[in-house]
Design a protein around this ligand. Structure first.
Ligand SMILES: [Zn+2]
Length: 278
């Protein structure tokens, strides 16, 4: 391939895909939610850094279907020729060339295994997040037996999280992963020199925030449990279930074993199954 050091001038591109031209030349910004975002973002970045001025024109495709090619203008004839060459190339290469992904030069890319996502695909990512290796990771991390983690009602959890609103819904996974700004994390990222709880001076991780035994924390805990109990009663929760939820939460607060997180998760699943939110 020959290369020329062109530093100025204008190049006009003819293209029969109007939506691509709009996304690349007309939109003020691109978003990962749009189809083929990886290509669009890459092209826009390359055009923005090019010293040459790029302009585009839309050319209607397949015009030779209705009009003899010699009567078409130059742009339309070139479009027909390009289409024909592209199909020939595809037919020759498609049986032997595997799909490949040129490395992108700008931003970052999102992969599921060997497959690159061309845009933000929430469904694929959620399905991937339920893969066995991730379930195994959380089973080990939160001490949830493997037979129980598969029995969690994820659909009910989804409904419950949606009721929290965006900000609290974003907060929940951060909290469960331990990445809230508690002493442990604040010390790790050097925002402070210690990991002490500001209320009782013990080591502070996310679990401690709930289990803290300072007067202020226990008062807040007791009032929260009372509020939850009243709400469970108000929404007509089965009495045995309500009793189990409240007594187990209280028991969880006092036991110090690593079973704590497991019970929390199980309770969330039970509450969600009953149609409530945690
Ligand atoms: Zn404390």
């Amino acid at each position: 391939m020959d290369k020329y050091d062109i530093c100025n001038g204008t190049i006009e591109i003819g293209c029969d895909c109007e939506s691509a031209l709009t996304a690349i030349f007309d939109h003020t910004y691109d978003t990962p939610r749009q189809p083929h975002h990886d290509l669009i973002h890459e092209i826009r970045s390359k055009l923005a850094s090019s010293p040459v001025t790029w302009i585009a024109r839309h050319v209607r495709g397949h015009q030779d279907k209705h009009v003899p090619i010699h009567l078409l203008d130059m742009w339309s004839q070139l479009n027909v020729e390009m289409d024909s060459l592209a199909k020939t190339y595809w037919n020759q290469m498609q049986p032997t060339i595997q799909p490949f992904y040129p490395a992108n030069q700008t931003g970052w890319s999102l992969w599921i295994g060997q497959r690159k996502l061309s845009s933000w695909d929430r469904v694929s990512l959620y399905n991937h997040a339920q893969k066995t290796d991730i379930l195994a990771h959380w089973s080990k991390r939160r001490c949830i037996p493997e037979n129980l983690i598969s029995s969690i009602n994820w659909e009910a959890c989804e409904n419950a999280v949606k009721q929290l609103g965006l900000h609290r819904a974003l907060w929940v996974p951060k909290w469960l992963a331990g990445y809230a700004p508690v002493g442990k994390v604040m010390k790790r990222y050097k925002f402070q020199t210690h990991a002490e709880c500001p209320r009782c001076s013990e080591f502070e991780d996310t679990i401690h925030v709930i289990r803290c035994e300072s007067l202020l924390a226990t008062t807040k805990w007791d009032s929260s449990i009372a509020t939850l109990d009243a709400w469970l009663l108000q929404v007509g929760t089965m009495p045995d279930l309500r009793h189990a939820i409240v007594t187990r939460l209280k028991a969880w607060k006092t036991i110090l074993s690593t079973l704590g997180p497991m019970l929390t998760t199980l309770l969330k699943s039970k509450i969600s199954s009953a149609g409530g939110a945690f």
